[in-house]
Design a protein around this ligand. Structure first.
Ligand code: ARG
Length: 453
């Protein structure tokens, strides 16, 4: 590949360190697509004949087939995917293979391959995200009338409906989906034609190449083109953030499924047992949803740390971009369908949720009652707090205080104060856009459906 100026071959252990084929073989599809387009471009600018172009294309298609069928035999001298494909192409089509790399460098080649790989990965991940979103929407629709406590600080706050809680994850995933689209915009810039650093001297038609490969735009600076890994960093950030969202969902579901909460029951297909304690049913799927965020954050951190301090243009350090990228893709590929399966199959225990509602959660409604009677909210807040204190000191529910008790706290209270103690009413009152009223949540779901189309 580059032996001309060397008088001996490289040290074995260094060869292992230097080589990337053991992981970057995964770029084969992108690499061969890029090479087929490049062969066409070489023929267009008259560097090779049409017959040579066709020989190269047929050979490249055969190499791809070997990879597809897992019959590709790598050699210990295959440094990376680019050299492996070219070596095999030479075996298949002879010396014409040596013309393919004319004017091209592995620097613009690897940047092109990785962008094509990221664009494919984004398409796949976005459809997995959509699938999870539609599972969330369907589950929310099917359980629209179930009340549960809403928590802040993991303390009972206000009654909400289950679907409202679940739909909160739809919107996180919606932003994740958008983030991947944004990332695709900047990944869809073609570096090919940048050569090693300075550009192509053989009149290669970059516009043609971009069109062939489906890139939206071309890089405008050959140094930046071989140097830029921002699109991977962006991808890894989007991956880390969806990882954080799935982790938070995992945390909610892990404690909602505990005996103390009992709000949901995981389907047996998504739980595991204990090797020692026969009674155990563990929410491993969602614990892994929580745990996998660690490695996704690690993947992003790895790449940013590699990039920091690198001089511009290509440096071999950049080869370290691939393993974190592949790891993030594999992690989300494995995780997203499992999370969707957990949500789809989990049992929602309406009775346990209902039983966890207590009347102090209606103290805000009590304050709102006084506000409607003309009291400033700050004062109403204090009065409602006094009622909570009184009920607590007597060891009774807020609703068990008498109208007289309430009247002593504030003269604005009347017998109709008892109407406050209805969780359904409390929820239905929050009929603002984005609120927890079933009517508002139905509108939220309609909006979510529209966004997914
Ligand atoms: N395997 C290399 C990488 O992933 C390909 C580019 C090598 N370029 C070079 N000048 N050695 O970055």
């Amino acid at each position: 590949m580059w032996g001309g100026r060397f008088s001996k071959s490289i040290d074995d252990k260094f060869a292992y360190l230097n080589a990337s084929f053991r992981f970057d073989w995964r770029l084969y599809d992108a690499d061969i697509r890029g090479s087929i387009a490049y062969a066409k471009a070489l023929a267009r600018s008259g560097i090779i004949t049409e017959a040579e172009r066709d020989a190269l294309i047929v050979g490249l298609q055969r190499v791809k087939q070997e990879f597809d069928l897992h019959t590709f035999e790598s050699k210990s001298t295959d440094e990376d995917i680019h050299t492996a494909v070219e070596r095999r192409l030479g075996e298949l089509v002879g010396t014409v293979a040596g013309k393919l790399h004319t004017g091209r460098s592995r620097n613009d080649q690897v940047a092109t391959d990785t962008r094509l790989f990221v664009l494919d990965a984004i398409r796949n991940l976005q459809s997995a995200i959509r699938n999870l979103q539609s599972v969330i929407v369907e589950k929310s629709e099917a359980h629209i009338d179930i009340l549960m406590p809403g928590y802040t600080h993991v303390q009972r706050a206000q009654p909400i409906i289950f679907s409202h809680w679940l739909m909160s994850y739809f919107w996180m995933l919606q932003r994740d989906h958008e983030r991947f689209s944004n990332c695709a915009t900047r990944a869809s810039i073609m570096p090919l034609g940048a050569g090693a650093i300075a550009g192509n001297a053989l009149g290669i038609d970059r516009e043609f190449l971009a069109h062939e490969l489906g890139f939206a735009r071309m890089s405008q600076n050959s140094i930046d083109a071989v140097s830029d890994r921002d699109f991977i960093a962006e991808f890894l950030f989007a991956a880390a953030l969806i990882g954080v969202h799935l982790s938070r969902l995992g945390e909610d579901l892990v404690y909602y499924s505990s005996a103390e909460f009992g709000f949901i029951t995981m389907d047996d297909a998504y739980a595991t047992g204990s090797s020692l304690m026969p009674q155990k049913k563990n929410p491993d799927a969602m614990e892994l949803a929580r745990g996998k965020s660690g490695r996704l954050i690690g993947d992003l951190t790895t790449l940013l740390t590699v990039l920091k301090g690198l001089p511009s243009s290509y440096d071999k350090d950049l080869q370290e971009d691939k393993e974190p990228l592949f790891d993030a893709v594999d992690t989300l590929d494995a995780l997203l369908p499992v999370v969707a399966g957990v949500i789809r199959t989990m049992r929602v225990n309406a009775d346990s949720m209902r039983a966890a509602l207590d009347t102090p959660m209606l103290a805000t409604d009590l304050a709102d009652y006084l506000v409607r009677k003309g009291m400033p909210f700050r004062e109403a807040h204090r009065k409602a707090g006094e009622a909570v204190k009184l009920a607590e000191s007597r060891g009774v529910a807020l609703s068990e205080l008498s109208t007289e008790d309430f009247k002593i706290i504030a003269t604005e209270f009347d017998a109709d104060v008892n109407d406050i103690f209805d969780f359904n009413k409390s929820v239905a009152a929050r009929d603002v856009l984005g609120g927890t009223a079933p009517h508002a949540v139905k509108e939220q779901i309609a909006e979510a459906r529209a966004l997914m189309e």
